[in-house]
Structure formats: C-alpha cells, structure tokens
Design a binder for this molecule. Sequence first.
Ligand SMILES: Cc1ncc(C[n+]2csc(CCOP(=O)(O)OP(=O)(O)O)c2C)c(N)n1
Ligand SMILES: [Mg+2]
Length: 727
Amino acid sequence: MGQVLRRASSGAHAELAGYAAVKLDPLEMHLLDALRAGPAGDGGHAPEAEAIWRAQVGSRLCDLAARALQSTGRSFYSIASAGHESNAAVALALRPTDPALLHYRSGAFYLARAEQAGRDGVPDILHGVTAATAEPIAGGRHKVFGHPDLAVVPQTSTIASHLPRAVGVAFALDRARRLGVQASWPEDAIAVCSFGDASVNHATAQAGLNTAAWLAHQALPLPLLFVCEDNGIGISVRSPSGWVESALRGRPALLYERAPGDDPELVLETAQDLAERVRAERRPGVLHLRTVRYLSHAGADVESAYRTPQEIRAEWAADPILATGRWLAAAGKSGEELAEDYLRERERVLALAHDAAQEPQLESAEEVMRPLAPRTARAASPASADGEPVTLAQAINAALADALQRDPSVLVFGEDVAVKGGVYGVTRGLQQRFGAGRVFDTLLDETSILGLALGAGLSGFVPVPEIQYLAYLHNAEDQLRGEAATLQFFSQGRYRNGMVVRVAGYGYQKGFGGHFHNDDAVGVLRDIPGLVIASPGRPDDAAAMLGTCLESARADGAVCVFLEPIALYHARDLHEDGDGGWLAPPSGDAQLGAARTYGDGEDLTIVSWANGLRMSLRVARLLAARGVHARVLDLRWLAPLPVDDLLREARATGRVLVVDETRRTGGVSEGVLAALVDAGFDGRVARVASKDSFIPLGDASSLVLLSEPEIEEAALALCGAAAPSKA
Ligand SMILES: Cc1ncc(C[n+]2csc(CCOP(=O)(O)OP(=O)(O)O)c2C)c(N)n1
Ligand SMILES: [Mg+2]
C-alpha cells in the first residue's frame, strides 16, 4: 500500500530539525484514530481514491506545516484548506488544461491537478507560505495557488473578485473558436472558478453569476463551472440555513448540483457529470460543494470566540480525508496502513516546510517590482497618413476600425457601443463592418464589462471595453485595480491581460448631465502601479495614442486606460467659429509617455492636457497679444507622466503654470508639481485647477470648473504682468 500512496521521497528528511517534533494536532489524532478503527474491505483497486487521498493529505499537511512555520515566524499566511479537501475530486473531474481560478481553500484541488500533470505541488504551496522566490507563480509576492503549466491562474485574496474574469475566460473560449483566434486554452476546455459560501453574497460574485446566466439565457456558449465551497460560515458569520442553495439554485440558466464533501466518491461522480455537461453543452453550471472548515478561518482568527469546542469537534466526523480513507479501506487498505501513510507524508511535508523556510525571499524593491506590467516606450506605426481632417470622435472611430481591421484578436464592447454606436457615436458603424462577434453590446454592469475584458485578455484577445462615463468606472474599479493591474505582478508576467479600457470623461459639457456625466476623478487611476493612462485632447494624438496603447497591450500585456474628453469629441474649432483648428487627420505619432509641445514661447510653460490643452492654447494666444509668450506642453499621458519632457520645457522658460481641469485635491497637477520638485526644478511654479466639488447641473457647472480667465490671470501673475481688465 505504501508504494501506491507514496510520493517521491524528499532528501529533506535529514533536515527535519525542530519540525520533527511538531505535535499532532487534535484534528490529526482524531483522523488517525478513526482511520485505524475502520474495517478493511475486500480489496480492489481505486486509483481515483488514491489520487484524491494523496492530494487531500498533502493539502492538510501543508496547512499544518504553515501553522508550525508561523509559530516560529517563518510563515506569513496561514489560511487553511482543511475541511475542504474534497475539492481534489473536482480537479480530477476536469482536465489539467482547463483554466482554473481558485479559492484560497482549494489547496487539494491544486495538488490533485499538479499530480495530474506529473508534478508534486507540495513545495509550491509551502514556498507560497514562506514567501520564497522559488514559489512558481507569484515568486514570493503572495500566497496563491497558481502555475503557468497547470492552467491555474493566481487570484488575489479579495473574495469573489475573480468571478467576472472567470466568466470572461469562458466567454473567450468559444468566441476564439468562432473567430479563429488562437486562444491560450484548448478549444474544448472549460473554465472553473471556486469561492466560498459567504462570498456568494458579494456584489462581484453576483455580477459573475448574473452575467453567466445572462449569456446562457441567450444560448451564448459559456462553458464555466462555478464551484461554491460551502463551509457554512464566512470568518465568524454563519450563512443562513438554506440560503446558499437558494441563491445558487434560483437561476434557471445555470445548471446546479450539490455534493457532500464528506463523500468524495459522490463529489467525484457529481463533478464529473456536471463538468461533462458544461463541456458538451457549453453552458455554465454550479457545483455546490458542502464542506466543513477546520483550523479556524485563518492564522490570527480565534475561533473559540464564536464557536463552542463541541461544535468544532462535531465537525471532525465529516473529515473528507477520513471519508476517502473509508473509500480506500473498502478497496482493501487497512486503517493501519492509511495511518502510517499519513504519518510518513507528514514527515516529508514538515521536512519540505523546513526547507521552504530556508529559501530566499525577495530582497530589493526592484526585484519586487520587476513583473509590474511594463510601460515600454512603444509607438504604433502611424495609421493612414494624410487623411481628411476629422474630429476627436471620428479619429477614435477610425483608429478602432483600423485596429479591428489589422488584428482579428481585437474586440470592442460595452454598453450601447454596437447597435447604437456609442452615446456619442464614437463606435458608430463598427458592428456593421466587423460583425457582432467582435463588436458587441454588453449587459449594463461595469464590473462584468471589465470582467469580460479580464478573461478575454488572459485568453489571447486584445479587448477594448468601453466604460460609458468615468463616474461609472468607480463602482467596478477593483476589476481594474485589484485584478487587471495585479495579474502580471502576481504571476511574474506568466499570465497577462493586456487591454485598452476606453473611458469617456471630464467636464465642460456646457451644463449637461451634472456630476455623473462630468466626472473628473482620475486620482483613482493615477496610483495604480503599472497602469497606463492615455488622455488625448486632439484627433491626431487620439488615433496615434490608441494605436500605441493597443500595441502595448499586445506586446507587453499593458493595462491601458484611454481617457477621452467628451466635451471635445465633436469640437471643430480652436480660436474662432469655423477655423477648423481642432480638426486633424487621424494620423500622428505618439510614443508611450511622450508629451507634445506647442510653440516656443520663452516667457512661460503652460502644462496641461485634454480640455485644459484647448483652453491653454486659446489663452496662449491672448497672452501673446499682451506680450507674454508661452509654450504649451500637452502631457497626453497621465501615467507614466512624461517627466523628461516636462523638465525640458519647464527649464526652457523657468516658469511653469499647470492647468488642471480635474480637482485641486488628487488632481493631476499634484503629480506634475511633485515631479518638478523631485527633479529640483528651481523656477517659478503655479497651478490652477477645478474646485474640490462635484459638478452641478446647468450654468452652475462653470462656477466650479476651471475657466480660461482664471488661466490667463494666473499666467500673467506668474510672469509679473498686469492682469487683464475684467470689463
Ligand atoms: C472584498 C472582500 N471583503 C472582505 C474580505 C475579508 N474576508 C476574507 S475571507 C472572508 C470570509 C469569506 O467567507 P467565505 O466566502 O464563506 O469563504 P471561506 O473563508 O469560508 O472559505 C472575508 C470577509 C475580503 N477578503 N475581500
Ligand atoms: Mg465559508
């Protein structure tokens, strides 16, 4: 029996050191006693039970090793999979190439899948626990389950935040096949995501489940297996009896099956049946896996504060390892053999834990940050050179058409983008031209729109989702911040989700719409590590910058936000009515992170972007008439800020006025001023910005938005010239 259940033995036995003495946990003692007491059956062969046993025991022992390491300060994260280990059977019901986005208690799933692929996953988990650089996916940045060769994509610890992405992965699977795009997964793969019972209530989980059902309701293919690992509790709060089932069962478009975690054989059978249906019918299903939770919520959680000892002990009888032991016993293993096997594996895992604690951790900020999505100074080859002069909206439309034409993996989607062509006509005609497979309307949920992009980007597409207004990005922001921007960081670039998120934003819509259509909150984007923020004001820049963003998404996996000034979409003129000064052919050159300079005035450098650029150019002309010669620097990129260009133009005049249409607090000008100070710029500096207010309806909007007279006044003051008369 030992031969059947043994893994390759580690040479680490010799280094057991202090860990050899780790006392048996009462949970282990119960397990061993119960195993030994069990009757042996008639004999036979149960290879799946053996594989499940190995994964379950390995996972449980990793949990216990994490505790032992924590007691000596060598573990940094000890949230256990203990009690959930029947999820190993779910892994066996799937293929090791099926993309998996796992719950933090899916350790046995991970080990079972690793073994399917011929890998011992125990060191992977232990290296995660000790934040060792040897950990195969995050390299010491987080304790996750993930591996590039196992199609296991690492997840953050933000509960349920991976469900919208999982929907996106499943969506991409069949869309890739339909469009002939090379996907990251086999054509007949299905996606799987697991999560806890309390997490079902989270808005993000609801978004994922709802979007899956919304797609399936329309008979769109969505091969996704949701696995709810229901231990009945979320930290200390119990899920109301029957609630999880009613919340998961109540969606007719989703298949639903439940399985008891203390019957791994039934879990396997149920998961196999359900996975087969999901695979064959290309429709989503929910496996409701009832489990127990051992070893408290996590390391620092004192379970006795909310559960009685009797209650805790009562769950020991439902130990999934014991259940698999009984399955094996029925196939002829003796209880003593099983107990011995457990103890031998215990010794091996503790030795590996000891080894893991000796492994190096990350040692420099540079090392930590290396896998952040790179912001390479790329520039797309300029689009059609000498076209007709067009508006900003037309230029973006042309650039999208160009991208769709050139690259079959580009997808354009969002609310109202397809049939209507966007609220402002920016995507008009694209669906007719490129088809509903590539340009499509989504449901009304920004979290799900970004989730589709996250999954599609991960699967080989270059998604271009649209967020209709900046104000509506905020309720979905974690999908960008916590998910999109972190993927390369937590996977050392082995998984990527390059995308270009188009967002319509900023104020100046002549009183229309109030705050929710005139939002200026870009601070929420500027601090996201690795995120690229492009914000063009002019048509030529917009086309070129969109091309650059797409190239960065494709080549570097860059996550780009393309922030479009609504008020300039249809602007034609710059100084006078009919001058056509804001029209330009949709060509140009826009290297990532490179600003653009207008004029060579030597008295003052005005630094701005988007609506502020147009206002600044207009003010510069007024200033010239008063003998003050300004040059205007269009930042164009809010992240990375074009610091070199900024310094060059600042030093050329010695005076800088930052014209910031966003709010004074948290606005872009704070970053510009800080960059000047950091670089030791010793000239004169001032800024003007919009007020720290939400933007009201009607004419009152002009009371809080930055105006041209304010810019002019500040410029003159900075240059020591007389202010214009207010007449
Ligand atoms: C968005 C978010 N809110 C709160 C938390 C803190 N938190 C971590 S685990 C957890 C409970 C989750 O319970 P459940 O979904 O049942 O999973 P379980 O831990 O029981 O497996 C909470 C509240 C979090 N990680 N993410
Ligand atoms: Mg729970």
